[in-house]
Ligand binder design. Structure first.
Ligand SMILES: Nc1ncnc2c1ncn2[C@@H]1O[C@H](COP(=O)(O)OP(=O)(O)O)[C@@H](O)[C@H]1O
Ligand SMILES: Cc1cn([C@H]2C[C@H](O)[C@@H](COP(=O)(O)O)O2)c(=O)[nH]c1=O
Length: 216
């Protein structure tokens, strides 16, 4: 039975890499995938991994009907054996419903990849709908780590290394952004709650306030 599978995790945990591996393994056996994405860092119509691999994809528009798009494609003689949707957190809930319909009515396997929560640890609407509808939710096996060594479960937005909690839900960006620009850092829940990034932990460790008081 075809399934709607949601591969979820923090930023930088290997989701796009896995999407590209699934695509590679299936196309190596002659299967044809339809690859959707939205707002990939590499630019419009791209699905890219930090390991340097990239492939072309269909850039999903705000009000695009993904089910209708596939039906059109198939009725014009196109072939599709499976569907990949990367950056699925950016899809609208109705587009996730359309992907579920692709599974149920077209009999195609759909692999969706995305982060579950935003920088405030609130569900993205698209991810919420995936949690509600997916046949299976898979958490990626490669653990992204917080600076403290614990498993990273949350995404922090940073400016100059400092965590911020105000701003738009969607701001395309990357981890390891040490400049003043908006960047992201993955943290464990404890340090996300305390708003403690690697930079602020380093600064706190160097602060005279926390140095041991000399008795001499
Ligand atoms: N230089 C590197 N050497 C080995 N692995 C790397 C390197 N850079 C990134 N990675 C791996 O790639 C992962 C990020 O993959 P990517 O698919 O871009 O993540 P996601 O789509 O989840 O944001 C990292 O967690 C790490 O495992
Ligand atoms: C936490 C968070 C992230 N984003 C953006 C930043 C990146 O462009 C993508 C995630 O991509 P990845 O391949 O999983 O690293 O999402 C955002 O817009 N808002 C957020 O709160």
């Amino acid at each position: 039975m075809p399934e709607l599978v949601f591969f979820s995790g923090t930023m930088d945990c290997g989701k796009s890499t896995l999407a590209l591996q699934i695509e590679h393994n299936r196309s190596a056996r002659g299967l044809v995938g339809m690859i959707f994405t939205r707002n990939d860092r590499a630019g419009e119509g791209k699905l890219s991994s930090r390991l340097g691999l990239v492939t072309d994809a269909v850039e999903v528009a705000d009000d695009q009907d993904l089910y209708a798009y596939l039906v059109d494609h198939l009725s014009q003689g196109g072939r599709v054996d499976y569907v990949i949707a990367d950056e699925a957190q950016f899809l609208a809930p109705v587009q996730i419903d359309q992907l579920a319909r692709v599974v149920d009515d077209l009999g195609l396997e759909v692999y969706a990849f995305g982060i579950t929560t935003d920088f405030r640890s609130k569900l993205f609407p698209g991810s919420q709908r995936l949690v509600e509808l997916a046949d299976r939710i898979e958490v990626l096996q490669v653990e992204a780590l917080c600076w403290c060594g614990a498993r990273a479960t949350h995404n922090a937005r940073t400016i100059g290394g400092e965590m911020v909690v105000e701003g738009a839900q969607v701001v395309v960006g990357d981890v390891d952004q040490s400049t003043g620009e908006v960047g992201y850092e993955v943290l464990c829940r404890r340090h996300h709650r305390r708003r403690m990034t690697a930079a602020s932990a380093r600064a706190a460790a160097l602060s005279p306030d926390v140095l041991p008081v000399s008795s001499g």
